[in-house]
Design a protein around this ligand. Structure first.
Ligand SMILES: [Zn+2]
Length: 135
């Protein structure tokens, strides 16, 4: 990971500094495969988690955790709605740290565990995407 790119990207984007989020102004070499792979991981990783942790009800666990992708509806109030070079974490309202804290609480309670875990997997993958963006 090129750390100088990581920090200079925010410096070259004044509105990004104001909003306190990381933004890569130009597409890197991984811009073609990253968005597709990222989307695919939103389906694969909950499936692996369901298979490993909820073996007796893996199908329903997978479906519930995958459905937490609706958290991305918060992109609808962003402009542009989708930007492959924008880091979701800390930018979109349901991808902020207070929201992530609530997802942790949901994951700790029996009735909302799958929803909480699905949301935590989602934001972890989005965070991984932010790092991948700068590789
Ligand atoms: Zn997201």
């Amino acid at each position: 990971m090129n750390l100088s790119n990581f920090f200079s990207a925010t410096e070259s984007c004044p509105p990004c500094q104001q909003l306190n989020f990381r933004y890569k102004p130009s597409s890197g070499g991984n811009a073609l495969i990253r968005p597709g792979a990222h989307l695919l991981l939103h389906f694969i990783i909950p499936g692996i988690a369901a298979g490993l942790s909820f073996r007796d009800r893996w199908k329903s666990a997978w479906i519930i955790m995958t459905l937490t992708i609706v958290v991305d509806l918060d992109h609808l109030i962003a402009n542009p709605i989708y930007d492959p070079n924008r880091c979701s974490i800390g930018f979109h309202p349901l991808h902020t740290y207070p929201a992530i804290f609530i997802y942790m609480i949901l994951a700790m309670m029996n009735k909302t565990r799958l929803i909480g875990l699905g949301l935590l997997i989602h934001v972890a993958l989005d965070g991984f995407d932010c790092i991948w963006m700068f590789l």
